[in-house]
Write a protein that binds this ligand. Structure first.
Ligand code: ZN
Length: 322
């Protein structure tokens, strides 16, 4: 969640170069192919009609972080829908290297573009909890703070990975019920309940192997996380920071030393097998479509952008372009 101000703007510390066409979570059909556009599924050139989704991060592949295997930290990064034109459009031209086939979703889903548009945010969550957070061992507990799309996708990924108890901390009722729908065992309302006591109770004092900061309010929630780590006396927890904000975290080093805990930052979704693994999970049943709470047409986008400033009912709004 980005920080919202009274004038309706949000503060987003990431890369932007407005004005651009927005839209960075999308899927569609290939209609035209360049002479070197290799389909990673077939190893041959893309054919017209192939359904694909696309990484939003246009990493260069040539700078030092890219060559070291860290495309999410590309020094020449462009971002589709943030610094270059995005997908609120009928057509979009994208580099083939960013495309991933959705062909294998065809057997399981009627609308592969709808679920395909969720591969990007799900890959952000996958990169956070699996690649950066190191994943979990089946039977370990997890705590997700914030049930926005990334937090919700993390719930589903970690339950798929074999999490025992999954606790979600979320004050909004609609999002709390979505968390339950996606597999959370317990949802805490941090405004009404004591986070640390609830974590102790629901995990039988074992705490969690992984805590995901997906609220964007680290100045508020960090205390809860480190107190839970401290009070539960569990060693080896990982705290993953995925929400974007420049708010500082008040960290007590002693807690992290004594409990052998660590904090890792996570940015982006590219590389590390994230996209293809998420597509494989979806193809074999990891259905994230419940986070789409409304479907609209391209013409309805402007009014819904306005609506989203105050709307607390919807999670993801999907745009169908026919
Ligand atoms: Zn690069």
């Amino acid at each position: 969640m980005a920080q919202a101000y009274d004038d309706g703007y949000i503060y987003y510390p990431g890369l932007t170069a407005f004005p651009v066409t927005l839209g960075h979570e999308f899927a569609g059909e290939i209609v035209e192919v360049g002479s070197q556009a290799i389909n990673k599924r077939t190893g041959k050139l893309y054919e017209v009609g192939e359904p694909v989704t696309v990484e939003e991060m246009v990493w260069c592949g040539e700078c030092k972080p890219c060559c070291d295997g860290y495309p999410n930290h590309c020094e020449r990064l462009q971002e589709i829908g943030f610094s270059i034109d995005g997908a609120y459009a009928e057509y979009i031209a994208v580099p083939a290297k960013l495309c991933w086939s959705l062909k294998k979703l065809e057997q399981k889903y009627d609308d592969i573009f709808k679920i395909g548009s969720l591969v990007e945010p799900t890959s952000v969550a996958y990169n956070a909890v699996i690649e950066r957070g190191g994943g979990i061992r089946p039977g370990e507990n997890v705590v997700i703070l914030g049930a926005g799309p990334i937090g919700l996708a993390a719930v589903k990924i970690l339950k798929t990975a074999g999490a025992a108890i999954c606790i979600v901390s979320e004050p909004e009722e609609n999002r709390a019920s979505l968390a339950k729908k996606l597999g959370a065992d317990y949802v805490i309302n941090p405004l009404k309940e004591d986070f640390v006591e609830a974590t102790k109770l629901y995990t039988d004092n074992e705490g969690a192997a992984l805590y995901l900061e997906a609220t964007g309010l680290p100045d508020i929630v960090t205390d809860d996380i480190q107190n839970a780590i401290w009070e539960c006396k569990s060693v080896n927890s990982t705290v993953v920071i995925v929400a974007r904000t420049e708010q500082k975290m008040p960290v007590c080093g002693e807690y992290f030393q004594v409990r052998r805990a660590r904090i890792v930052g996570s940015q982006g979704h590219s590389g590390h097998g994230n996209f293809p693994n998420v597509i494989n999970c979806m193809a074999t049943g990891m259905d994230l479509t419940p986070i789409i709470t409304k479907e609209i047409s391209l013409n309805e986008v402007p009014e819904h952008l306005k609506l989203l400033q105050t709307d607390k009912e919807n999670c993801k709004i999907s745009i169908k372009i026919s």
